[in-house]
Design a protein around this ligand. Structure first.
Ligand code: UD1
Ligand code: UDP
Length: 388
């Protein structure tokens, strides 16, 4: 066989192949926070982007992908009704391992602290795929709060090669755990990128799921709750408190509760609150509709993680239905207060905000500790830099 001459490189032309980056997404909040990153990745000519859905969520995930007009390359479609952690974890671990073997990406990006994140990162590690962790470094420092997310994100940190910390505080948490400084980049949280993008889209209340909400006549208390550690007694207490509040402020308050599709949550909430006149139980709202509800909300009562990041930027006071939070920046900025899940505490804190205009005013000053809307840009730049 004749020996071939060396290939000649032309100036300005890269010899290396494109960087193959896979995004693994499972649930609604992951899709919201990954959408701006996906958009930046696909417009970059040096990157080949592949989107893989574990579909740990189905309808709630599809709602988000549709509003951002994103189509998946691979859809594992793994959600089952009332799935257990073991069931969904083992399914994702097995299936994602196969995906990595078949597609051989250079990097996988995972976001947050769900089962999808922990198991996709583990599958990537087993298959020698480098891991970028978005929203890295959040810590409550309590093993079971939230359960199992505190442990999921710690495992993701142990496995990741590049850590996209949303805030300086998150970076400090990672440094304390021995993650090398050069592997951590403070980027802001891409939830703010998503929020800005969605807020700019046209929207009309008329014809939407919010059409019958009495925004003009009453103050709006928006509620979401779904955390596993709040299932059972805590969620019962939350519902009892809402019932008390609907009676106490029957003339001036309207409660809007988009109920999570988890049957455990749905059954408890519908049994307790279905027939109250000033309570609207809604299905999960499409992201744009939900943000417009949030903009018209007087007080937000929630155990959600993402909402603790979005509400401060919109100047909505948040009463957090938890004992501890991994997002202390919002507490420090004065927008969030931790109130737990006891019936009397909830009634008392909501009443304070209803009756004390000065206190409400103070908590409703819009601040933005979680980013400037450019997190996705920074994440893609850092990824390219690390891959050089
Ligand atoms: C999961 C995440 C949690 C995140 C939340 C976002 C873990 C361990 N927890 O909650 O961090 O805050 O998602 O909402 O990963 N269901 C549907 N359709 C859907 C979504 C859910 O029917 O589109 C029902 C199914 O019966 C499913 C159940 O809800 O089995 C629970 O879903 P799952 O993702 O397991 O919920 P969590 O683990 O509580
Ligand atoms: N959200 C939504 N529709 C709803 C309720 C919430 O689009 O009916 C959005 C919300 O704005 C936030 C995200 O869903 O961005 C939070 O998801 P969730 O509370 O399910 O998960 P967490 O953030 O707690 O992980």
């Amino acid at each position: 066989m004749p020996i071939q001459g060396c290939r000649k490189m032309q100036p300005g032309i890269r010899m290396s192949k494109k960087l193959i980056v896979m995004l693994a997404i499972g649930t609604r909040p992951e899709a919201i926070k990954m959408a701006p990153i996906y958009q930046k990745l696909i417009e970059n000519p040096m990157i080949e982007t592949r989107l893989c859905l574990t579909a740990q969520h189905r309808e709630m995930l599809d709602q988000v992908l549709s509003i951002f007009n994103i189509k998946a390359d691979i859809d594992l479609n793994l959600m089952t009704e009332n799935q257990s952690l073991v069931q969904i974890s083992s399914a994702i671990l097995t299936q994602m391992s196969q995906v990595f073997r078949d597609t051989k990406p250079d990097w996988v990006l995972v976001q947050g602290d769900t089962t999808t994140v922990m198991t996709s990162a583990l599958a990537a590690f087993y298959n020698n795929v480098r891991i970028g962790h978005v929203e890295a470094g959040l810590r409550s420092n309590r093993k079971n709060e939230p359960f199992p997310e505190e442990i999921n994100r710690r495992i993701a940190s142990v496995l990741a090669d590049l850590h996209f910390a949303p805030t300086e505080l998150a970076r400090q948490n990672l440094l304390r755990e021995g993650i090398p400084a050069k592997q951590i980049v403070v980027t802001g949280n891409p939830v703010i990128d998503a929020l800005q993008q969605i807020s700019a889209m046209p929207f009309s209340i008329k014809g939407s799921m919010l059409e019958n909400i009495p925004f003009e006549e009453k103050r709006i208390l928006t509620v979401t709750a779904h955390r596993r550690e709040n299932h059972g007694e805590p969620l019962e207490q939350i519902c009892q408190a809402l019932s008390d509040l609907s009676e106490k402020y029957s003339d001036c308050l309207h409660i809007v509760f988009p109920v999570h599709l988890n049957p455990i949550v749905r059954n408890t909430v519908t049994a307790a609150l279905s027939n109250l006149p000033n309570v609207s139980l809604l299905p999960p709202l499409e992201y744009r509709t939900f943000i417009h509800l949030l903009k018209r909300t007087r007080i937000l009562l929630t155990d959600s993680g993402g909402l603790q990041e979005e509400a401060p930027g919109l100047g909505v006071p948040v009463l957090v239905l938890r004992e501890v939070t991994e997002r202390p920046e919002g507490v420090d900025s004065g927008n969030l207060r931790l109130i737990g899940t006891e019936r009397n505490d909830i009634v008392c804190h909501v009443s304070e905000l209803m009756d004390n205009q000065q206190m409400w005013q103070k908590m409703s000053e819009a601040k933005n500790p979680y980013g400037d809307g450019k997190a996705a840009e920074r994440i893609v730049a850092a990824l390219l830099h690390a891959a050089r």
